[in-house]
Design a protein around this ligand. Structure first.
Ligand SMILES: Cc1ncc(COP(=O)(O)O)c(C=O)c1O
Length: 385
């Protein structure tokens, strides 16, 4: 193969030419791919408002590009908020999407002009009422379907639909505007049905709030979960659009509420390539079947989502010939720094120390997850093209 499967020859040649004279490890992010992904999402879900999940890649280059394209921003902390506001984004394009937040951070968002907050507990809701009076809130509900998600988000955030009803009713009493319901079906969600179950739950919450409390919610926030191209195949994006739109129109036949999407991985994932070098190749005994291949990237400088081998990135090397299973590990002195051992990646026997190994589709949840100086290694350098 002369180029990696998930990139066009033109895109690959561009990234390769840019990378060749640079010292590894680093990541190259192709902003054109981010732009294309945003346009595809916006055209597919033309009825939805996009709130980019800043956590996926909070670089200024990415934020400015998406701001220019008209995106809004799902923000998890005061630090992310400051970065987004510095890109000339007005506060009315931002939401505080983290359900776990300090009172002083709620006050900071409010002071900066943010009026849209997520919540999933009474204590947090009371804090929002006190420190962001009159704001709009949406309640996050728990969803099932974590089996289809490579990076599940189902347990830590959200509450039962029953509690969501109570919280929305309480929000009204506290002078807030109960505005909508949110969910996240889990990141890299390969089972489109997961949205079906979640939307059905939202419908029940909408109906009960109206009939029991006279509250008419206006918005569904369907979170992220749309896939990047890793080694496990997913449906085409157009199938996600068709199916999810069908679920919405079936459950809300009279009028589909306002819809918000919070994509992270699907916008950024495919835009990035981590370029690494082989530090060492060894076997644990003369008769061992597997080679251990150690690269200059690992769990602590970009590849944390290989934890439990959850995210399986496509790999590419220019070496050719017969291939054999390897264990892939990082450069640090921590034995947890093994990326893949159970999933058998095969690499050519011709691979040598000093050769380059390319980690494809690494534009999301990599550079911002790096440790600061574990073993003295600096965070991964990022180049934008
Ligand atoms: C509230 C919220 N919205 C959106 C996202 C982005 O999800 P994804 O990267 O699957 O698109 C996340 C991810 O953690 C999240 O927590």
């Amino acid at each position: 193969m002369k180029h990696p499967e998930n990139l066009s020859p033109e895109n690959w040649n561009k990234i390769k030419a840019f990378s060749d004279n640079k010292e590894t490890p680093f990541i190259v992010v192709d902003l054109n791919t981010v732009r294309e992904k945003y346009v595809e999402l916006k055209q597919g879900f033309d009825y939805a408002r996009i709130y980019y999940a800043v956590k996926a890649n909070p670089a200024k280059e990415v934020l400015s590009l998406l701001a220019d394209l008209g995106s809004n921003f799902d923000i998890a902390s005061v630090y992310e908020l400051d970065k987004v506001l510095e890109c000339n984004v007005s506060a009315d394009r931002c939401s505080f999407g983290n359900t776990i937040k300090k009172r002083k951070d709620i006050a900071y968002f409010y002071e900066k002009g943010v009026r849209l907050f997520s919540t999933d507990s009474e204590a947090d809701l009371r804090n929002i009422a006190e420190f962001a009076p009159g704001s709009r809130i949406y309640v996050r509900i728990l969803t099932e379907g974590s089996e289809g998600a490579d990076w599940p988000l189902s347990r830590k955030f959200g509450c039962s639909p029953e509690m969501a009803i109570e919280l929305a009713a309480l929000a009204k009493e506290l002078g807030l505007e109960p505005y909508g319901i949110s969910f996240h079906v889990g990141s890299q969600q390969r089972e489109i049905d997961a949205w079906d179950g979640a939307i059905a739950k939202v419908k029940v919450v909408f109906e009960r709030l109206f009939s029991e409390h006279g509250i008419a919610l206006k918005m569904i926030n369907m979170g992220g979960g749309f896939p990047a191209q890793y080694i496990q195949k997913t449906n085409d994006f157009s199938t996600y659009v068709e199916e999810i739109t069908r679920y919405l129109t079936e459950d809300f036949p009279d009028l589909v509420p306002e819809v918000i999407l919070e994509p992270g991985r699907s916008l950024l994932g495919d835009s990035g390539v981590i370029v690494s070098e082989i530090v060492l190749i060894s076997r644990k005994s003369q008769t061992a079947m597997e080679r251990w291949v150690y690269t200059d990237v690992g769990k602590f400088n970009g590849l944390i989502e290989t934890l439990d081998e959850c995210i399986k990135y496509p790999l590419y090397t220019e070496c050719e010939g017969e291939e054999e299973a390897v264990v892939l590990a990082g450069p640090t002195c921590d034995s947890m720094d093994i990326m893949y051992e159970n999933h058998k990646y095969e690499l050519p026997l011709s691979l040598e120390i000093g050769d380059r190994l390319y980690w494809m589709a690494t534009g999301a949840y990599t550079s911002s997850y790096c440790s600061v100086e574990f073993n003295g290694f600096p965070p991964l350098k990022t180049y934008f093209i």
